[in-house]
Design a protein around this ligand. Structure first.
Ligand SMILES: Nc1ncnc2c1ncn2[C@@H]1O[C@H](COP(=O)(O)OP(=O)(O)OP(=O)(O)O)[C@@H](O)[C@H]1O
Length: 312
């Protein structure tokens, strides 16, 4: 049996506007989320993250393609696996005049979860000490953490969080990120949808990047960043340096009077130039983070929706 917690193949979702225009929200999406850790589902606004999540949870019907949760085909066998899945996709309805704890107790009663799980969930999302305050007195971040606590009541193996830090202030964002990291470390598989690159880089072990509903890249965050990086090399005599680098097996590019060189390690560049008697004035990594990579992948996609594959 597959050890993937989430698997989609050729997933596609089309919407038709009131004027009859076709919009392809998700196209040919192959998503593979391994068990354990926090998996980022990264894409700009409108790239199809929520639509994909809604299909996985049986809230929207795919136009085409297959989906599996814990190896079981969904939506066909969703009733058999949904008990293992917790999801925060939209703001859940809590009673404003009840405390956070009371709200969780009511929910636990409704789904038949053991009462002891309420306090465990409060502890996990770091609401202890504030659990007896009324829900309406909670900050947005606390409300979001209570929503996560609600999903923990059934002790899920998979937690799906759609943009959980949206609308939060920096302190709220930090608390949610710490909570998500804790959950990933505790053995729950988390799918974290986000349009924030830094968030995925900080919190996730692996990620899938989508743009315009299409898969752009997938792998561990380290793989996505790549072991090789491009460096900007500043030297007093760029043409002499370019000759030396070519002689050492590099392929330098001259861009606006600067040399850009791909290398596994910056020391490889320093050594090659040093051996030719050329001393650097500056050596700067050009793709130091996921952000540059993400922009490089998604920028052309921002131009418009590709509906060229619409013909069914
Ligand atoms: N019910 C719907 N009817 C028509 N179009 C829709 C519907 N739901 C989503 N879309 C369109 O599908 C595309 C993908 O939207 P989706 O909400 O899945 O993106 P997203 O990546 O979750 O973005 P965001 O972070 O802004 O929520 C968008 O162009 C959106 O307008």
């Amino acid at each position: 049996m597959s050890d993937l917690v989430i698997e989609t193949t050729g997933l596609r979702k089309e919407f038709r506007s009131v004027r009859g225009e076709l919009r392809v929200a998700v196209q040919s999406l192959d998503l593979a989320v391994p068990a354990g850790g926090v998996h980022g589902f990264l894409g700009p606004n409108g790239s199809g993250k929520t639509t994909t999540i809604r299909m996985l949870l049986g809230l929207a019907r795919p136009t085409r393609g297959t989906m599996r949760l814990f190896g079981q085909p969904v939506p066909h066998r969703l009733p058999q696996v949904i008990g293992r899945v917790g999801a925060v996709v939209e703001s859940p309805k809590f009673s404003p005049n009840f405390s956070g704890r009371r709200n969780l107790q009511l929910l636990a009663g409704a789904i038949g979860a053991p009462p002891a799980r309420v306090d465990a969930a409060i502890e996990t999302v770091r609401l202890a000490g504030r659990e007896k305050d009324r829900y309406k007195a909670y900050s947005l971040g606390m409300k979001q953490r209570l929503a996560i606590a609600a999903t923990l009541l059934k002790d899920p193996d998979l937690l799906i969080l759609d943009e959980p830090t949206n609308g939060l202030d920096p302190a709220g964002i930090r608390e949610i990120r710490e909570t998500i990291r804790d959950l990933g470390a505790s053995g729950v598989t988390v799918l974290l949808s986000s349009h924030i690159l830094a968030e995925v880089q900080q919190v996730c072990t692996s990620a899938t990047i989508i743009g315009n509903g299409k898969l752009l890249a997938s792998g561990t965050v380290d793989e996505l960043l790549g072991s090789g990086t491009s460096y900007r090399v500043l030297v007093p005599d760029p043409s002499a340096a370019a000759q030396a680098l070519i002689g050492a097996g590099f392929a330098p590019a001259s861009i606006n009077g600067e040399l850009h060189v791909d290398a596994e390690q910056p020391a490889d560049i320093t050594r090659a130039l040093g051996e030719a008697g050329i001393w650097l004035t500056e050596l700067t990594p050009l793709r130091a983070d996921l952000e540059a990579y993400f922009l490089q992948l998604t920028e052309p996609e921002e131009l418009g929706h590709d509906t060229t594959e619409v013909v069914a």
